[in-house]
Design a protein around this ligand. Structure first.
Ligand SMILES: [Zn+2]
Length: 413
């Protein structure tokens, strides 16, 4: 126990793990209301269910294959001698440039290998009218995604390696603090830096709807400075809205797709849901969990790699560990996300007192977005960051039940 360089990362990993579990345990709304058993057949016609199943049956083989490939590529390159060989094969100096090229290269290989299955999945999306993005724009989005994630990953790996070169075994402490600060910065900067790369925002013109949104927000105790409309219809028919920023920068963003064909009572419920996220400080809690999780991850990297982190030949191994770590973490992330989304739903019911339109909206959203009504268990744990439509509808019914009302089933069969 005499050498602090030996035991301090272990103690830190333990403390961070406890802090992480504690934060998740106390900030996650585990129970809101007793829910009846979700039942898609109550509200979805057999034709709607059949169409959703057909869509998923066609798209899932391709999207799942893409997901597997994008996971296997970094693992295969990183956990075999291939990673070291690729690094040696690149005759680039200085070392950090070589690391950046290798990181971007592994991302590019994964992106090229998943291109065929992604194209097939995108074609299914188009056939069902879900995606309307022109192929040129679709390709551009892919390239921007690849570039942004390569830049981000390369920056993280290079900084950690530079720290390890400088501090041998003590690199994890400045590394963990730096990575945590990065998560903090990205969480606040994302709405201003990344969102405008994909959508254009315009201030919603004055009118009854805008006033209604501003009034709803003020009534909810989360005043917004502006209501923005995002031109999401260039890419998708999916309906969405969100609140971003804090205090004087807080704004409500609605997709133009939502304003086109959605009944006003439903748009109001979507907005009330988003206000719920703001009122419950969900972004703040999420950021705190992200900060702790990242610091924990860096400390685990130190326990696994030690001083070898300073060796740029380990670049691919670091990428593989990051890929494995984020994949292992996603079921927990999704579980927390589903609970938080359920709370925002609950909030929207309290704010609007409109369970009937809530149920209708969840039904219509699921039909438009072709979301899975009863996904396989492993998919639910691995990918579902929202409760399923039947689960959300069950909450609407439970709320109506507890507040002296009842919502009759939508599907007459
Ligand atoms: Zn939400």
């Amino acid at each position: 126990m005499s050498d602090p360089a030996r035991w301090s990362p272990r103690v830190a990993a333990g403390v961070l793990a406890v802090a992480l579990v504690f934060t998740i345990a106390v900030t996650t709304p585990w129970h809101l209301i007793d829910l009846p058993k979700p039942d898609a057949a109550l509200d979805f016609t057999s034709a709607e269910i059949a169409r959703q199943n057909a869509f998923r049956h066609e798209i899932l083989p391709w999207s799942t294959t893409s997901w597997v490939i994008s996971l296997v590529v970094p693992l295969l390159v990183g956990f075999t001698p291939l990673g070291g060989r690729l690094y040696d094969g690149l005759r680039i100096r200085p070392w950090f440039l070589r690391v950046a090229v290798l990181v971007a290269g592994v991302g590019l290989i994964a992106s090229l290998l998943t291109l065929p299955t992604d194209v097939l999945a995108e074609r299914v999306s188009r056939r069902y009218g879900l995606s309307v993005s022109p192929w040129g724009l679709w390709l551009r989005d892919r390239a921007v995604n690849w570039l942004l994630s390569a830049l981000g990953l390369a920056a993280i790996v290079i900084v950690l390696m530079a720290l390890a070169k400088r501090w041998d075994r003590g690199w994890w402490l400045p590394g963990a603090i730096g990575a945590a600060l990065l998560v903090l910065g990205v969480s606040f900067a994302y709405p201003v830096l990344v969102e405008p790369r994909f959508n254009h925002f315009t201030s919603m013109p004055a009118g009854a709807l805008r006033n209604d949104f501003l009034k709803l927000a003020a009534q909810d105790g989360v005043p917004v400075q502006d209501v923005l409309v995002a031109d999401a219809s260039r890419r998708t028919t999916a309906l969405n809205a969100y609140v971003s920023g804090f205090g004087s920068t807080r704004r409500l963003v609605v997709y133009d797709t939502l304003l086109k064909n959605t009944p006003p009572a439903q748009v109001r419920l979507v907005v009330a849901h988003e206000l719920g996220h703001a009122a419950e400080n969900d972004v703040l809690h999420g950021t705190l969990i992200g900060v702790l999780g990242t610091a924990f991850g860096v400390t685990v990297l130190r326990l696994l790699l030690g001083a070898r982190m300073g060796d740029p030949r380990r670049t691919a191994a670091v990428l593989a560990l990051i890929a494995a770590g984020t994949t292992l973490g996603s079921p927990v992330q999704n579980l927390v996300s589903r609970k938080i989304e359920a709370r925002a739903d609950y909030h929207s019911l309290k704010l609007t007192n409109d369970p009937k339109d809530f149920v209708a909206m969840q039904h219509d959203l699921a039909v438009t977005n072709l979301s899975g009504l009863d996904p396989a268990r492993w998919r639910y744990w691995m990918f579902a960051d929202h409760p399923t439509a039947p689960e959300r509808i069950a909450m609407g019914r439970a709320w109506a039940r507890d507040n002296g009302g009842a919502v009759p089933p939508l599907a007459k069969r």
